[in-house]
Design a protein around this ligand. Structure first.
Ligand code: FES
Length: 176
């Protein structure tokens, strides 16, 4: 009697195992089919965005948008520009040092001034500036991150320089 009970239990066990295998197989197929119909969406940050009004920024360099939008907003006596915090060597994120008034890339040591000129290191071009406009409704600055100013720099003993008067033109410079 003990032997019969044991064989039934074993049969039940294998039966359940079989069902589980079937469920797993069909479940996998159904999930695969369902996944096939879902679109593969990449959520990228928008390339056009607002960063507040010109009056929100004091004279100098603002790092408010550096982490979120890879952007320094720089205001001088004449206006505002937005410089992209992507190193022109291999794309690392450089850092602004207020005490030295320099932008330094931690990867291979490129050094830029506050205008984006290259003072040292392997960077082959000056930093990009993004196109700006003013929203006529709310007066906020609108940044077009993918529309960039990239003027051919002059090579000098001190580094790679672009004349500021060439840079301070619309849409890369907002007069205030
Ligand atoms: S990536 Fe900046 S110096 Fe190389």
């Amino acid at each position: 009697m003990g032997v019969s009970k044991k064989s039934i239990t074993r049969r039940d066990f294998f039966s359940v195992l079989g069902w589980l295998g079937l469920v797993a197989t069909f479940g996998g197929s159904i999930f695969g089919a369902f996944r096939y119909f879902l679109p593969n969406v990449l959520y990228e940050k928008p390339s056009v965005f607002k960063i507040g009004r010109p009056s929100d920024y004091p004279i100098g360099i603002s790092e408010k948008w550096k982490r979120e939008q890879q952007l320094w907003v720089i205001k001088n006596e004449k206006g505002i520009y937005a410089m992209i915090s992507i190193c022109r060597h291999l794309g690392c994120t450089p850092n602004w040092f207020e005490d030295r008034k320099l932008i330094v890339c931690p990867c291979h040591g490129s050094i830029y001034d506050i205008n984006g000129n290259v003072l040292g290191g392997p960077a082959p071009r000056t930093l990009w500036r993004a196109a700006l406009s003013l929203d006529p409704i709310d007066g906020q600055i609108v940044v077009d991150f993918n529309r960039r100013q990239d003027i051919e720099p002059k090579s000098t003993e001190g580094g790679l320089f672009v004349d500021e008067s060439l840079r301070e033109v619309e849409p890369f410079f907002l007069k205030v």
